[in-house]
Write a protein that binds this ligand. Structure first.
Ligand SMILES: *[C@@H]1O[C@H](CO)[C@@H](O)[C@H](O)[C@H]1NC(C)=O
Length: 385
């Protein structure tokens, strides 16, 4: 009965509101009107006597409140650096943890590989490729409530294997992608006073390429096809493991510098996947010829006149012709270095054991600056699509 009259009330109320002609019977309407009247008077009585109508108790004086809060956050614990635990060494490439300070001047966190500090770690870096299929190599759960897990993956989707069950486990993503929570990249920096003393290094080769990986499964098909076409029209000096001429670390920059052009061909084509293959020639004083995501994507990171994109030409033959033409036109070639007056490139680390230094140090810097709560969801949907 209660339910029935309530229904009637609701229906009538709706009709009243919409002021449409009620199709309901008069008895129902009468009941509704009585109910509304009762409800309205009840409300009036409630608010008349309710403490809600009285002023709320005064808040603590703003200044006092802030001061109390401030003492809480600036007392000794705040001076302690957040602990960033490296759960495993990526690819077992160990480096000196003080490199972050000495190389990048990053010193905001206490970086450690000591698992005994797990329960007091503010963040834990988990290297994607070291996660086993059964997830047994992950840090223990439940994690401390204040602790954030960072998904560390600097490979492209082509070279990332999906491990089921980790899509909603992390708080932060670390990747070369610009829209990662922690994007990792060595960037050009602006010079406030134009740099006038850059000199193009001495060149004795036209086009060079250093190739260390040539495994087909890593997606190198496109760049190999382009190379095979390009070499028909212009002489290319090859170096690197993949071609049997291993280049010593100390020879990496001098070799690149000795070439007018360097093939910055990425192994797979993905948005923002623009690696040290691009930074190498920029920092050595050589013009990169890039194969990777579209030109617009490169121009996010370097001036458009600092490099040549293979897509600027209908085919490899016309690119080869253009490079040959630039070889004879000193002035046109020199224009590719105009950007150097206003921006600086710095060499990246090339020793194998230092491959992950920048990524790990960037995480350290992030953790030092960001204490906010965060969850990263559906990381595969984000990363692979
Ligand atoms: C980290 O992410 C996990 C999983 O989404 C969540 O349960 C946890 O509360 C988050 N912690 C912090 C400190 O952001």
């Amino acid at each position: 009965m209660m339910i029935k009259s309530t229904m009637c009330y609701i229906r009538s109320f709706k009709n009243l509101i919409m002021s449409s002609t009620s199709s309901l019977g008069t008895p129902c309407r009468a009941t509704a009107l009585v109910a509304i009247a009762a409800l309205v008077s009840l409300c009036i009585m409630f608010f008349w006597t309710s403490p809600l109508t009285k002023r709320p108790p005064p808040l603590p004086a703003t200044k006092q409140y802030l001061e109390r809060h401030r003492t809480k956050t600036t007392s000794s614990p705040a001076k302690e650096k957040p602990v960033l635990l490296l759960w495993v060494w990526p690819e077992n490439y160990r480096f000196d943890l003080s490199d972050c300070k000495t190389i990048y001047n990053i010193d905001g966190c206490h970086l450690t590989d000591d698992r005994a500090l797990y329960s007091s770690s503010d963040a834990v870096l988990v290297y994607h490729r070291a996660i086993s299929q059964d997830l047994s190599t992950l840090p223990p759960s439940p994690r401390p409530s204040f602790q954030k897990w960072i998904w560390l993956n600097v490979e492209s989707p082509t070279n990332t294997q999906k491990i089921a069950g980790i899509e909603n486990l992390f708080n932060l993503t670390l990747s070369y992608r610009e829209d990662a929570d922690i994007p990792v990249r060595l960037r050009l920096t602006g010079n406030k006073t134009p740099n006038e003393d850059f000199k193009i290094p001495k060149k004795d080769k036209l086009v060079c390429w250093i190739v260390s990986n040539n495994a087909a499964h890593t997606g190198v098909g496109k760049r190999n096809a382009y190379y095979n076409e390009l070499k028909k029209h212009v002489n290319i000096h090859l170096f690197g493991k993949a071609y049997g001429t291993f280049l010593d670390y100390k020879d990496y920059y001098p070799t690149i510098a000795s070439c007018k052009f360097y093939l910055s061909f990425e192994n797979s084509i993905h948005k923002d996947y623009i690696t040290e293959k691009f930074n190498g020639p920029l920092s050595a004083g050589t013009v990169p010829v890039v194969l990777g995501p579209p030109r617009k994507n490169y121009e996010r990171f370097a001036p458009g006149d600092a490099f040549i994109h293979v897509d600027d030409f209908p085919d490899a033959k016309s690119l080869a012709e253009y490079l040959t033409q630039l070889d004879r036109d000193e002035d046109a070639y020199r224009r590719y270095f105009n950007w150097r007056r206003h921006f600086s490139a710095r060499p990246h680390l090339i020793v194998q054991n230092q491959e992950f230094v920048l990524a790990i140090c960037t995480a350290c810097d992030h953790v030092a600056r960001h204490k906010e709560y965060q969850e990263a969801h559906d990381i595969y949907e984000w990363f692979f699509n």
